[in-house]
Design a protein around this ligand. Structure first.
Ligand code: PMP
Length: 348
């Protein structure tokens, strides 16, 4: 009998058990969170506390606006170009998501320069430089955020709050909540106010205007109340766990365990990502062939290790080790990988 299930989904991802319980309780309550008016005092308090928690865990003050938008992280690819691309933008293309973001920017008819993963080479006259801090599909991390005169725009959808970051040069950061930050339905956008002032979409064109949403205090349209509260519960949980730096240490241990198991398998498990670029939150690897892959997934499922199948464009295995994944989950996966290899090699 399976006692514990570990969910390795890339997103929507797992929630800490205490957050799941708190959310369930808040929704099931007589005065349900799901029925709360977005104009109520109770929601105003949730909104303010959530903004404050995001700023605190990012290490920034109220020089940064915090917005809670809908339409998915992908919609931000469009909004960013629409609002900030005036002459030229620069994109670091490190995987599927940043490539898609650069494509969207090109649709606006201005100059878009690109580079591969590496030291930032943004032309100094660029309106912004776009970086995806973690490529969820490819299992590739950008690494430390650089100091830059060109404002950085960061897609941190799959690694926000997985480790402390350097915000000095960040003009805008966004993250879909459904991985490290809560449940699907909200995208958190953090914008430095002097960068926001440069947004070219006017407030009257309010559907795609950061300025309009900021001015309306997030209440321009009815915000996703439950999803925002879930972000608050996650922030409270991070605080209780000892903060982002503590989580970063834990994440390192979990990821190292899986990468070590891959590297020690003498080629049975293959990870093509160079060591320095290996993601801490999404470990991507492959097995010798499709038969082995299918058998691995079936065996994993039986042991309660679920949602390990790689992205549909890539195949293979993807083990997402977000903040909420306990060390025991990574240990159980590593143990299973070793056992599977032994059995498979012995049997064939
Ligand atoms: N950026 C990154 C890094 C992602 O991982 C994802 C979703 N997996 C997206 C953008 C797109 O998010 P959404 O599906 O919310 O549009």
């Amino acid at each position: 009998m399976v006692e514990v299930t570990y969910n390795f989904s890339a997103g929507p991802g797992l929630l800490p058990a205490s957050v799941r319980a708190r959310l369930a309780q808040a929704i099931a309550a007589e005065a349900s969170l799901a029925e709360m008016s977005h104009r109520s005092l109770a929601f105003a308090e949730i909104l303010e506390a959530t903004k404050a928690g995001i700023r605190r865990h990012l290490g920034v003050d109220d020089a940064y606006e915090v917005l809670f938008l809908m339409g998915g992280a992908r919609l931000q690819f469009d909004w960013i170009a629409r609002n900030f691309l005036k002459h030229k933008a620069h994109y670091v293309v490190s995987g599927l998501w940043s490539a898609m973001a650069a494509d969207r920017a090109r649709a606006f008819g201005h100059e878009v320069s690109t580079q591969a993963l590496g030291e930032l080479e943004a032309p100094k006259e660029a309106d912004y430089a776009f970086i995806c801090s973690n490529e969820t599909v490819d299992g590739i991390k950008f690494g430390a955020w650089p100091e830059s005169d060109v404002p950085l725009v960061i897609d941190a959808s799959s690694d926000i709050f997985s480790a402390p970051v350097r915000m000095d040069s960040v003009g805008l950061l966004f993250a879909g909540a459904q991985k490290n930050l809560g449940i699907a339905g909200v995208t958190v956008v953090v914008i430095r106010k002097d960068f926001l002032a440069k947004a070219q979409v006017s407030e009257s064109d309010y559907l795609t205007s950061y300025k309009a949403h900021a001015k309306a205090g997030n209440l321009l349209t009815t915000p996703p109340v439950v999803a925002i509260a879930a972000v608050k519960y996650i922030l409270d949980w991070i605080e209780g766990e000892g903060g982002v730096a503590t989580l970063a240490q834990r994440n390192r241990v979990k990821a190292d365990l899986i990468y070590r198991t891959i590297d020690e398998s003498v080629g049975f498990y293959r990870c093509d990502v160079p060591v320095m670029q290996r993601s801490v939150t999404n470990v991507v690897f492959d097995l010798p062939d499709e038969t082995a892959l299918s058998a691995f997934l079936v065996g994993a499922h039986k042991r309660g290790l679920i949602n390990l199948k790689g992205h549909r464009t890539k195949g293979g295995i993807r083990a997402s080790l977000y903040n909420a994944m306990p060390l025991a989950g990574a240990q159980k996966l590593a143990q299973y990988m070793k056992e599977f290899q032994k059995e498979y090699c012995h049997g064939s």
